[in-house]
Design a protein around this ligand. Structure first.
Ligand SMILES: Cc1cc2nc3c(=O)[nH]c(=O)nc-3n(C[C@H](O)[C@H](O)[C@H](O)COP(=O)(O)O)c2cc1C
Length: 206
């Protein structure tokens, strides 16, 4: 069982990396493999709405997004961790997620999602809500913790002192491990939920 972690920080060894390290340690104890990709300093452009992914199932820009999509397809869970910029996620991360979720057409249902926001002081819960929206329209259950998944710190490494934030990360990793294992058992015992063809109405009435 494997969790893919996207770290949206451009800072190597920044506070988001501190939060991610706590997750990785706890997943290892729980017997869940992790792979972390730090995308905050990558050159990832936004979606241009060309629609070519509608036919190809992959993005027209053949960069890290298509590589991440292949890893996401194999993973049982996805964690998206980001520094907070102006009460929002890092812009490169958002460009990546827009293109990742829009262009990839594999079934994401019952892969477990979780988001983590890291800030000096404010905007964590707005960012947490922003990131959870990608999971919520993909039939992905969202793993939670004892508090909203936030860690605080400004200068590199300050997050080490946010003991409550780090505990929130450990509880999140344990809860997410439990969900992933339980879903695997549930698939064996009950099978996946029945699906329907998606009805698209675009709010246009005849
Ligand atoms: C462009 C920019 C905008 C920021 N906006 C916020 C903000 O809205 N709220 C906040 O508390 N911290 C803000 N910060 C501080 C970072 O969230 C904080 O330093 C965080 O620890 C960075 O994580 P990192 O070390 O993983 O990059 C901002 C930092 C930058 C560079």
């Amino acid at each position: 069982m494997k969790v893919l972690i996207l770290n949206g920080s451009p800072r190597a060894d920044g506070n988001t990396s501190v939060a991610v390290a706590e997750l990785e340690k706890t997943f290892a104890i729980e017997g869940i493999e992790t792979e972390t990709i730090r995308i905050g300093s990558m050159n990832i452009r936004g979606c241009i709405a060309c629609g070519s992914c509608g036919e190809k199932g992959r993005c027209v820009f053949d960069d890290a997004v298509n590589e991440i999509a292949a890893k996401f397809e194999q993973a049982d869970g996805l964690i998206v961790a980001t520094p907070v910029y102006y009460a929002s996620a890092n812009a490169t991360l958002i460009a990546c997620l827009d293109r990742l979720f829009y262009s990839s057409h594999f079934d994401k249902s019952m892969k477990v999602g979780a988001s983590v926001a890291v800030a000096r002081r404010g905007g964590c819960s707005a960012t947490y809500d922003e990131l959870n929206k990608y999971f919520a329209l993909s039939s992905m259950p969202i793993a939670t913790s004892q508090y909203w998944n936030c860690v605080h710190g400004r200068q590199k490494g300050e997050a080490e002192k946010d003991l409550e934030g780090l505990q929130t990360m450990r509880v999140l990793a344990r809860n997410m491990s439990f969900l992933i294992k339980s879903i695997a058992l549930g698939k064996e015992k009950f099978g996946m939920p029945e699906t329907e063809e998606h009805v698209w109405t675009h709010y246009i009435s005849e």
